[in-house]
Design a protein around this ligand. Structure first.
Ligand SMILES: Nc1ncnc2c1ncn2[C@@H]1O[C@H](COP(=O)(O)OP(=O)(O)OP(=O)(O)O)[C@@H](O)[C@H]1O
Ligand SMILES: [Mg+2]
Length: 349
């Protein structure tokens, strides 16, 4: 499927890439808002391959339980005995991004022998410097970074990594660094981390606003259904699923085989069922917590977005962790993860 819009976010990221690297960027937003799709669009179609070398490392789907697992995903091993930059030069002719820092066979073993991140980072820095010497700008993108959020080696691995990223940007101006995450508790930790103050910036990729969501429906109706939707139909879709791209896509695809009202009611019923069982589980375990959670959710009956501190910290963190709510630490707001969740809350409570 073709990519739709996000011009504002694309312009922002392209302008960052044109400048010298000096901050670490955190791309965050609700679940399935299109963070990965946005970054893929930029890597694949919006940047000059002759100017940039992109390392895109996605931790989703990768089992990481120890230090070695994480270090291994940073690298891609090659049999050939060529310098990494030579390998990179031959690879980037064909692909827009690489999935790891190339290392000749056995080098990775050597790097891993010493159980500190020091030589790992030194090795990567040298490769990045070689890329720069070739006249190209390296970019590192790590998707789903929260997966290593609580992994410990000597201290927390994530802090070593943050230190290294700050080094690459603010100190060395060597490499652009983008970290993606839909875990808003993780983003909140990053946001409150003193060590990162003034060294990082945030790019919010939120669900589409209403105007854009309606245009996305037009775009999809033409792509998928080859027909136009009426204004009433679009309004109805928006009232159920809001501006979440993945849900709008789902509705439009289902219209191939089903009616609109039936599709939307089915999706809402599924969401209500999930929420109902979730609440039932809590009630069974602990009535007191259940009451607090129900009280918290009831606040959303009147508004979609509220100030974060209106819900006690432990309850809001629990609801965020369970992906019922999305926390925006920059704005200090909470909202349901989607309109669909919001509708389910309004009907159930
Ligand atoms: N601007 C867009 N144009 C077309 N399709 C989009 C757009 N944004 C998102 N999508 C589609 O919506 C789905 C979800 O997007 P994506 O996986 O990028 O979200 P995400 O924010 O990375 O999710 P997660 O929170 O799980 O990391 C994908 O199938 C993607 O192709
Ligand atoms: Mg993603």
């Amino acid at each position: 499927m073709r990519f739709f819009n996000r011009e504002k976010e694309i312009t922002e990221i392209l302008s960052i890439l044109e400048g010298n690297p000096d901050l670490v960027y955190f791309v965050y937003g609700p679940l399935n808002s299109g963070k990965t799709a946005l970054i893929s669009e930029i890597i694949n179609n919006r940047i000059d391959k002759n100017k940039y070398v992109v390392f895109y490392i996605n931790l989703r789907g990768i089992f990481i339980s120890k230090y070695k697992d994480f270090i291994e995903v940073l690298f891609e091993e090659y049999e050939e005995d060529r310098k990494p930059v030579e390998i990179i030069k031959s690879l980037i002719k064909d692909v827009p991004s690489l999935c790891g820092i190339p290392t000749p066979k056995n080098t990775l073993e050597e790097i891993l022998k010493k159980k500190t991140t020091k030589n790992v980072f030194k090795y990567i820095t040298n490769v990045l410097m070689d890329i720069k010497k070739e006249g190209k700008q390296p970019i590192i993108i790590i998707d789903e970074l929260q997966k290593i959020g609580d992994m410990k080696i000597n201290g927390f691995l994530i802090y070593e990594l943050f230190n290294y990223f700050v080094d690459l940007t603010k100190e060395l101006h060597l490499c652009h660094v983008f970290c993606l995450s839909s875990d808003s508790l993780f983003i909140e930790q990053v946001y409150s981390e003193a060590m990162l103050k003034d060294r990082v910036d945030y790019i919010l990729v939120d669900d589409f606003d209403k105007e854009t969501a309606l245009k996305f429906m037009d775009f999809l109706a033409e792509e998928i259904l080859n027909k136009k939707l009426s204004d009433d139909e679009k309004e109805l879709i928006y009232s159920y699923v809001g501006g979440k791209p993945i849900l709008i896509i789902k509705v439009i695809k289902k219209l191939k085989i089903k009616g609109l009202k039936e599709t939307l009611d089915e999706m809402l019923r599924d969401e209500m069922q999930k929420l109902k069982y979730f609440l039932e589980d809590i009630k069974e375990k602990d009535e007191e917590s259940y009451n607090k959670i129900a009280d918290a959710l009831e606040i959303f009956k009147d508004s979609y977005e509220i100030e974060d501190i209106k819900i006690p910290k432990n309850i809001r963190e629990f609801l965020v962790k369970k992906n019922i709510l999305f926390l925006n630490p920059q704005k200090g707001t909470l909202k349901p993860q989607s309109y669909l969740v919001w509708n389910a809350i309004k009907r159930l409570l």
